[in-house]
Design a protein around this ligand. Structure first.
Ligand code: ADP
Ligand code: MG
Length: 213
């Protein structure tokens, strides 16, 4: 059982969580992306909705997060187009991260009151999951500090661009350290994604899972 996940160089406690969640085999996007992400490569990954993209970027992130838990500073930023998607991604990270003692995941999405977000940022978190507008708002106020950032994920990148977030994304990325891993996940691959990739990724590997007709 779980030989599929076990082949991916994830540690025993993550394999156990995956097993407890009933994920018996990695999905194609997971088996292709996880090894590249564990090696620290930038990737641009495309596969259809419902194919398990969240765990594809979350499992390598949690693997790296293990040595970062002692310091409560933001080392990973995940950008999603909507509040609902932020909530879904944060839920999946917390589920998969249940063997990471003290892991703090904070949602910074628009339409939510600022007070609790400011309080949580003050106390310190490891992973921020947010919408571009609200994340940029915190960056310009100085309430979100990214000097220790190591991982950026643009989830549903195609939708973020469709929704007109390109400029916000560029501004957000300008706040991040040059030495970072930048990954793009998308259901489709319009030309605008290529442009974003060229500007912000280093030698990205493209991973494409064709949908079955
Ligand atoms: P996507 O982002 O590609 O649209 P999600 O990451 O939201 O897809 O995953 C869709 C569903 O599949 C979620 O409910 C998730 O918990 C589940 N899932 C993810 N990976 C696996 C797996 N390896 N085996 C079974 N279910 C999985
Ligand atoms: Mg998704």
């Amino acid at each position: 059982m779980n030989s599929g996940f076990a082949a991916l160089s994830l540690s025993a406690d993550l394999l156990q969580v995956v097993n407890e969640l009933g994920y018996s085999q990695p999905t194609p996007i997971q088996s292709q992306s996880i090894p590249l992400l564990l090696q620290g490569k930038d990737i641009i990954a495309q596969s259809k909705t419902g194919s398990g993209k969240t765990a594809a970027f979350t499992l390598p992130l949690l693997e790296k997060m293990r040595t970062r838990l002692a310091r409560r500073s933001v080392s990973a930023l995940i950008l999603c187009p909507t509040r609902e998607l932020c909530a879904q991604v944060a839920r999946e990270i917390r589920k998969l991260g249940r063997k990471h003692p003290g892991l703090q995941v904070l949602i910074l999405s628009g339409g939510m009151p600022m007070g609790p977000q400011l309080g949580s940022l003050e106390r310190g978190v490891h992973i921020v999951v947010g919408t571009p507008g609200r994340v940029l708002d915190h960056l310009t106020r100085g309430s979100l500090q990214l000097q220790n950032l190591q991982n950026v994920v643009l989830d549903e990148a195609d939708r973020m661009l469709e929704m007109g977030f390109q400029e916000d994304l560029e501004k957000i990325l300008s706040f991040t350290p040059a030495e970072r891993q930048t990954v793009l996940f998308s259901a489709t691959f319009p030309g605008t994604i290529e442009t974003l990739s060229r500007a912000y990724q280093k030698n990205p590997t493209r991973v494409t899972i064709e949908s079955q007709p």
